[in-house]
Design a protein around this ligand. Structure first.
Ligand code: FAD
Length: 429
């Protein structure tokens, strides 16, 4: 049905209206815009047999965070005269059906470097191009385009943070224009549009009341948290990781913006610009790798390496990963996962992972090191899987990158533990 000049804005990450170039482009010159989110069974299929409530790939905390983010996005779109259209199903099939049935001349979505989305996006792009639909897919989840950095480095990703910084230089982006209104939603024909569902409507049972993250999803909360962090200019200027107390629970020692960056409720480019504005107004500030800007650049670094490394999320077939004969001991893994190692610090962090889905960076260091090269000698991929399911900020590039790092499989190899096997035998499970 191609009569007017409608656009389809396909939300996946990038769950925001600020600094959203795909949304801006979709709205510009269009008679109508279809803002679509597809509930994807790949991430959402209920798993009643998993060790904690949720889907096969995501724990209940992250699913709740996503639904809160969608409800917030819907409310922001309504303020602009639009709304979020929620559908369920395999995303490329749903999308193709919508492109077929709706009045769409432009398909807009944020570029995604994760392998899962790369495959999905290829299908969508191929279909749209064959149907004569314009595709606009800008890079806005990261500050830099990982492909540009890799190209500058002769086709290979830089493997150290310092070489990444040299290649990247200063970013050159302009934030997208703030929208004050949007064209109306077009006719959806026979499509059964859903409201943003609740956990219960998706079939999840919140039987473990203690899995209740204190961090609420959504762009509004992301911007509120950002403002709160930035209001203390001295704190921003003196931020120095790894200094800071990893067990500061009431007021965490870092921003806790990672889940908002993960879902794109907060634009990393906007965050970066705000930090630079603070730096302009203080006498002195810390620098990468320890500063807050430095933390955002760690994110960029891992996105770039992950994008340019085949099989980045595996040991086998991954050229930058040391091949290590890890233990295959599921009892040790279960003791770690269920906070039964007998080491209070490790167990406390694993409880925090399950209850909150977020821990301080140094806490993540401790448990990742303990599971792998530090004590239990269990394969990093197994720990990665548990983080991937339970973290509310679970991010394919960053999670895999940090597990490669912490297990001394890549990037960093100096640390070793002469006591590895002895400690593993000493834990009571
Ligand atoms: P802040 O210190 O306030 O930093 C601001 C932002 O910088 C963060 O939100 C994050 O986007 C980025 N950042 C900070 N540290 C890192 C880092 N080491 N690598 C990449 N980006 C960074 N972070 C995730 O976002 N998702 C993950 O799945 C994830 N898995 C991890 C697994 C392990 C084993 C380890 C050791 C770290 C992991 N991290 C992950 C990185 C880091 O621990 C978190 O980004 C950070 O603790 C989030 O808290 P914050 O937002 O308060 O960070």
């Amino acid at each position: 049905m191609l009569s007017g000049s409608g656009s389809l804005m396909w939300f996946r990450k990038g769950l925001r209206v600020h600094d959203n170039p795909a949304l801006e482009y979709a709205s510009r010159g269009s008679t109508c815009v279809y803002p679509l989110f597809v509930i994807d069974p790949h991430y959402m299929v209920l798993d009643p047999n998993a060790y904690s409530p949720g889907s096969t790939r995501a724990g209940i905390n992250r699913i709740r965070f996503l639904l809160e983010s969608l409800a917030d996005l819907d409310s922001s779109l309504k303020k602009l005269g639009s709304r979020l259209l929620v559908l369920k199903g395999e995303p490329s099939e749903v999308l193709i059906r919508c492109l077929n049935e709706w009045d769409v001349r432009k398909l807009c979505f944020e570029y995604d470097t994760d392998p899962y989305y790369q495959a999905l996006d290829d299908k969508a792009k191929n279909y749209a191009s064959a149907a004569g639909i314009e595709v606009f897919s800008p890079v806005s989840h990261t500050i830099f385009d990982p492909a540009d950095i890799i190209e500058k480095n002769g086709g290979r990703p830089p493997l150290s943070y310092q070489s990444f910084l040299k290649l990247a230089g200063e970013p050159s982006f302009s934030l997208s224009v703030e929208l004050s209104w949007m064209p109306p939603v077009g006719d959806v024909g026979r499509c059964e549009i859903l409201q943003v569902p609740t956990l219960k409507e998706l079939g999840y049972v919140e039987k473990h009341q203690d899995e209740f993250t204190p961090f609420r999803g959504g762009e509004s909360e992301a911007l509120r948290r950002l403002r709160e962090s930035l209001s203390d200019k001295e704190w921003v200027a003196n931020f120095e990781k790894p200094k800071g107390d990893p067990s500061a629970y009431i007021k965490p020692a870092t921003t806790v913006l990672s889940p908002y960056l993960k879902f794109g409720c907060l634009s990393s480019r906007y965050f970066y610009q705000c930090l630079k504005d603070v730096y302009k107004n203080v006498k002195r500030h810390t620098s990468p790798p320890v500063s807050l800007v430095g933390q955002l650049l760690w994110r960029e670094f891992f996105y770039t390496v992950a994008f340019g490394t085949p099989n980045f999320d595996e040991m086998k077939g991954n050229k930058i990963c040391k091949q290590i004969p890890w233990n295959d001991d599921d009892k040790l893994l279960a003791a770690w996962r269920e906070a039964r190692t007998g080491y209070p610090w490790i167990d406390a962090i694993m409880v925090q992972l399950r209850k909150w889905g977020w821990m301080h960076h140094l806490a993540r260091h401790s448990v990742a090191c303990f599971l792998t090269r530090g004590d239990l000698f269990v394969h990093w991929e197994k720990g990665r899987d548990i983080f991937e399911r339970l973290l509310i900020d679970s991010d394919w590039a960053i999670n895999n990158g940090n597990w490669l790092w912490l297990s001394c499989s890549s990037f960093f190899y100096q640390a070793f533990s002469p006591h590895t096997k002895r400690h593993a035998k000493g834990i009571h499970i």
